[in-house]
Ligand binder design. Sequence first.
Ligand code: NDP
Length: 308
Amino acid sequence: MEKLVIIGNGPAGSTAAIYAARAGLKPLVFAGNTPGGLLTQTSDVENFPGFPDGVGGFDLVMNMQFQAEKFGAYFEYEEITAVKIVSGGPHILTVSDGRIIETQALIIAAGAVPKRLEVPGEDRLYGNGVSACATCDGAFYKDVPVAVAGGGDSAMEEALFLTRFASEVHLIHRRDQLRASLIMAERAKKHPKIKFHLNCLITEIVGDKKVSGIRFLDRESNKETLLPCSAVFTALGHTPCSKLFRDAGVETDISGFIVVKNNTSLTNIPGVFAAGDCADPAYRQAIIAAGMGARAAMDAEKFLADAE
Ligand code: NDP
């Protein structure tokens, strides 16, 4: 039986693994089918403390993994396909290769995936102008036009943030009504650099190796426009990777984010902890996920010590 299994090896899972391994818990980490999480899909990370010249997203998560392995964590590139929460533990996990694993404690750090437009060009140009994080990638687009897709608070926030760098920000929303709160919408509408294109559907992201523009359809006039821009930031909401755990009895909010008790990583199930984007409806930043991972490892360590 395992003492501690960690699901996910993004910044939350890998940081949890560093802390748990240093505490002698020999955690077993399942990296799943997107090893390293979303960070591996961004190019340079410039806002992670300690790297004044920036660091590649992939390098950052791999270094976290190496650091955890150095202290005795064990990483497997398999997925967990089923979870059975057993009152009082151990909890039972099914691995994609068919193995059944029992664990006393579980840290869920399975991440969240940004919703996609699902239009031609989006997947191909992801990381080369298509991004789901203006905070991460906005500064790369100075004095050039960019576009933001979405009509919620995130889209307003991303658009406003991008005005610091871009020459103009085109906000493309599929309906004629914004979903964003009035105050955020008003702030964006007042900004001279932000141009609204409401009731417009993005139909294609254009570019050879980098984004050079987007094609969108005005649903009222049926007119198609090719808008030159250097980047497209999607702000369509996130889907937390929590279904497996929710189905097993772990509490989530209405959007699927795992609910943790105030300032801890404790879920509604004793011995089951959550960290990172799957439990973070608000921030979704690597540094915050890393901090949540450290917290989850410390909570798990205490739980295991108390259980002895
Ligand atoms: P939301 O779900 O609120 O908004 C997503 C937006 O994307 C909607 O306008 C939606 O359109 C659009 N969208 C979704 N899928 C597609 C698609 N396939 N094609 C085109 N458009 C699409 O997500 P947010 O991330 O904006 O916000 C999540 C939560 O976080 C909210 O509760 C929000 O209030 C909160 N938040 C708060 C902030 C703050 O207070 N500062 C900042 C950021 C977020 P449609 O409207 O037609 O459904």
